[in-house]
Design a protein around this ligand. Structure first.
Ligand code: 26Y
Length: 825
């Protein structure tokens, strides 16, 4: 029997799978099995997995349509998905069969998995969180869809130039066929920009003219782990509405004929590479409006199928705004209801404010979105009118509550006065949503006490909640660390399909911390993961690292508030300390490998300068014979989801050392602890809750607390004291940089100056306690390796809270009011 696409449901025998792969090699790819490379084999394997996904996708969507459960939609400008094949195989429970089938065909499945490019449609934490939530939504059998943009270029690739600085290269990830998307040329919507909005009374207006762009849907199937559910991530691509302008074309003006085309297609060309820093670019505003308008049109079209009155819209639809990036969806829903569906303004506002929910991911002022009024008026004239109308009604309500409080009105207005005026998107998201949440306890507290304080006073506390972030244990334990996942399964005597869906069951590992045989097996897995990373570093960077060393890792976007600077200055301090020792003394020192990874936004001067200093410091230290096998420093270029999957399982210590109060949550802290790496961190974000869960004996905390930050900054500004007095150890480090130990000091002077002169992120204030904490790490690691291993087991066993399944169920139950909906086969 020969296999044809769509012939049967789900292949599950090895021979079915082999036939399916061969079919795709021959028919879909039009190639021969005997001269196929890994990339071709990967594509054929992926196409056959896609067939399985589509069967389940169709069934899931059909059953949703038939029963019409309430659905939730996750609007995010970023979905940092990484690779799909391995994850899909594990979630479908087909990995073993595919391993056997590819082996029969003469391939090694792991090599094929490695041939896939990352889908890097995100910058960092916020985008990866969205990807984890989709995995958990499908696994928890929730009717949850994602909506985003189909960027043709993902986050730039990072290269390191000979002088050590970051170079950016484009990421044309769609240049190789993407088997994980289904184009829907029939699912399209028109989106308008510019033009003219004419008020016609009753709060209504008519918006005409300008530019119209077509949004085309591409669907990415999202399989749940060990369920029938396959949910959907719908990504919009932009196409010109009319092929090209025939008049100009016929008149011989070819350039003009295609001008409008290329302007439309520019919309979804590239992901903006800045993370936690707002730039007021017109194209970015158009991306946001385009994606929100298309997504809402799609949601409304689906709602119309149930034939219910508009007042019941919130009984069928909840929409989560991933930060303020989709806030324009609030005036857009108002526009559709009022202008196009004839819903009275007040009713439309009642519907809108029951439908939306807003998650804040940052309190950093430079990351809060504010759009210039003139820009918004130009690009989205009707939306600006609606925002003004919302603001008017809102400020009247504020005035009723606190009469004659002009200052309060100015503080709370959606419009920031000035030249130019700005629209404050976080305020719009807050007043347009049913609930607002932060992403860890401390962060939610800061949101309530600082940026949204007036709004808490106005709306009451109950509107402002916390949902601590989580990570999917499928990708971030089972997939990236199969050795550990298998050992856990053996130990706790629960099938993976059970404990990977209820991570609190890890608790059953606790007693094994006293089992010396188990301790050895556990330590061996970590050692093997470290060897695997050492191999990667050797082949890709030519640096030898000793897997016996303590592996110390900091991987995240490069940002002043995340303080990779503190880590680097600490490394230099260690270097100076080691240099001052005799060689006999040095032999007794515990060897350490310090690994950095992360991208800097292309326009972020200080972050890029820091990368350059890290790379050149690493070169100096690694070339110093005295440091051999004692201290090695590695900057891993082009950090990505796939690289994280290699790095995280190999850590002994990971660093999460932001200035207290600046890192909203952090999610890699959770991933490291779940893989038996201990945490070295400040009392910030989710570090605090991790310590609460795993016991503060098992984390290394240092540094000033959030409460102290404001005063310290005040002191820096008004009563500056030289670094030499505040931290002689740090002063000695800065002196080495200034004397050219790591290359031309004039290059690094701006970096040294920020620390000497302003030090907004309080590196000086935390330096000594950071060095102290590092000593504690060394001592704990060297003096009693068995005790260290115990700590790591206890840590893993207590990480249950940080599953994104828990987080997504909190959103489902406490915000969206949606129910689990099992797909029956
Ligand atoms: C305004 C625009 C340029 C912008 C673009 C990207 C603003 C922010 C971002 C990204 C923010 C981000 O990734 N925030 C991170 O979200 C994670 C998930 O909640 C948190 O764990 C992490 O602390 C936070 O920095």
């Amino acid at each position: 029997k020969t296999w044809k696409a769509g012939m049967r449901g789900i292949p599950n025998t090895v021979s079915d799978i082999t036939n399916a792969i061969v079919y795709h090699v021959q028919s879909t790819l039009a190639r021969q099995a005997y001269n196929l490379d890994n990339l071709g084999a990967y594509q054929a394997v992926a196409l056959s997995v896609r067939d399985d996904l589509i069967v389940k996708w169709n069934e899931t969507q059909m059953q949703y349509t038939r029963k019409q459960p309430k659905r939730a939609y996750y609007l995010s400008l970023e979905f940092l998905m990484g690779r799909t094949l391995d994850n899909a195989l594990l979630n479908l429970g087909l990995k073993q069969q595919y391993k056997a089938a590819t082996h029969k065909l003469g391939f090694n499945l792991e090599d094929l998995i490695d041939a896939e490019r990352d889908a890097a449609l995100g910058n960092g934490g916020l985008g990866r969180l969205a990807a984890c939530y989709l995995d958990s939504g499908a696994t928890m059998e929730l009717p949850l869809w994602g909506y985003g943009l189909r960027y043709h270029y993902g986050l730039f690739a990072q290269h390191i130039a000979p002088d050590g600085s970051q170079l950016e290269a484009p990421d044309p990830w769609l240049d190789t066929d993407n088997p994980w998307e289904i184009p829907r040329q029939d699912v399209t919507y028109d989106v308008r920009f510019y033009g003219h909005a004419e008020r016609i009374g009753n709060g209504k207006a008519v918006w005409t003219g300008g530019q119209e762009v077509l949004a085309v849907a591409y669907d990415v199937p999202i399989p749940g782990y060990s369920t029938n559910t396959v949910n959907n991530l719908r990504l919009w691509d932009a196409k010109p509405k009319r092929g090209f302008d025939l008049n100009s074309f016929n008149a011989g003006d070819y350039d003009r004929a295609i001008q409008e085309n290329s302007s439309a297609e520019t919309l979804t060309r590239v992901l903006y590479p800045n993370d936690n820093h707002m730039l007021g670019k017109e194209l970015r505003l158009k991306q946001q409006a385009f994606w929100c308008a298309a997504s809402l049109s799609d949601i409304i079209r689906r709602f119309k199928q149930v034939e219910k009155p508009w007042s019941e819209f919130p009984e069928y639809v909840s929409i989560q705004l991933n930060d303020t990036h989709p806030t324009i969806a609030i005036p857009e829903l108002m526009r559709m209801l009022v202008d196009e569906e004839d819903v009275p303004w007040g009713d439309a506002w009642a519907i809108t404010t029951k439908t939306f929910f807003y998650t804040n991911h940052t309190v950093l002022p430079e990351a809060l979105e504010k759009w210039p009024v003139p820009l918004m008026e130009h690009v989205l004239p009707r939306h600006l009118q609606i925002i003004y109308d919302i603001n008017m009604a809102f400020l009247q309500a504020v005035e009723r509550k606190w009469p004659n409080d002009r200052e309060r009105l100015a503080r709370m207005s959606l419009i920031q006065e000035g030249e130019p005026k700005y629209v404050r998107m976080a305020f719009l998201a807050t007043i347009g949503s049913a609930k607002v949440n932060g992403v860890a306890e401390l962060h939610s507290h800061l949101v309530r006490e600082t940026i949204l304080r007036d709004f808490v006073d106005f709306f009451g506390k109950s509107k402002f909640a916390n949902v601590t972030n989580g990570v999917t244990p499928r990708r971030w334990l089972d997939q990236c660390n199969p050795g550990l996942s298998n050992l856990i399964t053996d130990a706790i005597q629960k099938p993976k399909a059970v404990w990977l869906k209820d991570l609190t069951l890890l608790k059953a590992l606790e007693p094994f911390a006293e089992d010396s045989v188990f301790l050895k097996k556990w330590a061996l897995i970590k050692h093997n993961n470290k060897k695997h990373l050492a191999d990667y570093i050797k082949t890709h960077l030519g640096i030898t690292v000793n897997p016996q060393s303590l592996f110390d890792i900091q991987i995240k976007r490069i940002h002043e508030y995340k303080r990779q600077s503190l880590n680097l200055l600490g490394v230099i301090h260690r270097y100076l300390t080691l240099k001052a020792m005799t060689s006999t003394e040095r032999k007794k020192v515990n060897p350490r490998v310090v690994i950095f990874g992360g991208k800097a936004a292309p326009g972020y001067f200080m972050a890029k300068l820091l990368i350059r200093l890290i790379v050149n410091t690493a070169r100096t230290i690694n070339a110093d014979a005295d440091m051999k096998d004692i201290l090695t420093v590695v900057f891993v270029p082009d950090y990505s989801v796939s690289l994280a999957e290699i790095l995280i399982p190999a850590s002994d210590i990971s660093q999460h050392i932001s200035t207290a109060g600046t890192e909203a949550s952090g999610t890699s802290n959770m991933k490291f602890c779940l893989n038996g790496g201990l945490l070295l961190g400040t009392v910030d974000g989710a570090n605090i809750e991790i310590a609460e869960e795993v016991d503060s004996n098992n984390v290394f905390f240092f540094g000033h607390l959030t409460d102290a930050v404001e005063d310290l900054r005040h002191q820096h500004k008004y009563h500056p004291i030289p670094v030499e007095e505040r931290s002689p150890a740090l002063a000695a480090v800065l002196k080495e940089i200034e004397e050219g130990r790591f290359g031309d000091p004039t290059i690094y002077q701006p970096f040294v100056d920020t620390i000497r002169l302003s030090d907004y992120y309080l590196v000086t204030d935390d330096f000594d306690s950071y060095v102290e904490a590092n000593k504690m790490v060394d001592d704990a690691y060297v003096k009693d390796p068995e005790e260290w291993t115990k700590k790591t087991i206890l840590t893993v066993s207590r990480m249950g809270k940080f599953s994104s399944d828990r987080a997504i169920m909190t959103y489902a139950e406490e915000f969206w009011n949606i129910e689990q909906f099992a797909i029956k086969f």
